[in-house]
Write a protein that binds this ligand. Sequence first.
Ligand code: SP5
Ligand code: ZN
Length: 348
Amino acid sequence: MITFFNDGHSAHAPEFEFFRGERVPCFETPARAEFVKDRLAARGHGLRTPHIDSASVLARVHAPRYLRFLENAWFDWIALKAGNDQRQPFPSVWPVRSLRSDLEPVNFIARLGLYSMDNGSPLSAGTWAAAKAGADAAASAAAWVAAATGGTRASFCCSRPPGHHAGADFMGGYCFLNNAAVAAQALRDAGAARVAILDVDYHHGNGTQSIFYQRADVLFVSLHGDPQTEYPFFLGHADETGADDGEGFNLNLPLPAGCTALRWFEALEQACLRIRRFDGDALVVSLGLDTFAGDPISTFSLQSGDFSRLGERLGALGLPTVFVLEGGYAAAALGANAVNVIESFEGV
Ligand code: SP5
Ligand code: ZN
């Protein structure tokens, strides 16, 4: 499968995040993308350099003031104090209920809180560059599929940082720019009247859901750990079905933490039935691989062979498809698991 690889990904390399009150090494590492790249190369999949500037699509998916903040965030941070280039900023205050989010404070950490849903999305010097290059990779993968003439094309956006927790105006869950939303919007702009998004990451894709919640032209379907116990906790319940024009175009299939692969595939079947009924022109798959049994922060139990079964089922939908890499933190297994999906999709 043609893969658009974000060569700029390694510019985003924060050192640590917080876990149980302690600083721990980041789970979302540059090595993740390199493991996938190595496996793709070993299996003979063509790697392409992204060639599309996603700026105009980004402006349709994200709020202008958030994009401005993110692009300048590291510069603003290091300008604050000598030595900040050796420190990571984290938010410490958030505009929850009754606080104002219409005004952008001057204080940098306050602005970081305004534009964050958690303290789990560490920034580094190259975060904007890496995230923007990732959005370019998503737009490029979408353009490749949109340009298909006869036959069904598919492409893979192999990038990090991931994107599905990022909303129109906030970062979260290691995500800054919503690559799956960029791919879906790019497909729409290229002429697809209706696009389905299937999110199979362990965590609910709250950012993607919220971006398209009021729209009927983009269906969002997600299977994920039940938000009652699993991150992102505050979205992803079954009663979230869409609003306004988008009513009926959002389907969440939360699953209990620790559930079996059998149960997961039953939910996948429900998801596929909904996607088939939607009858869209293209599919975007938010391909999180943290449903893997060996994942260090998740509780599902898919084995490497199950990712082949996933790819096969998605291939049977017969839709032009853009795969977008999301989570998955058992880094050394990521290559085999990702390649199992895309090869089985193509019937290899
Ligand atoms: C894209 C993506 O997969 N983002 C996930 C963000 C999850 N951040 C919260 C991590 C909480 C880790 N809890 C670990 C429990 C281990 N026993
Ligand atoms: Zn995840």
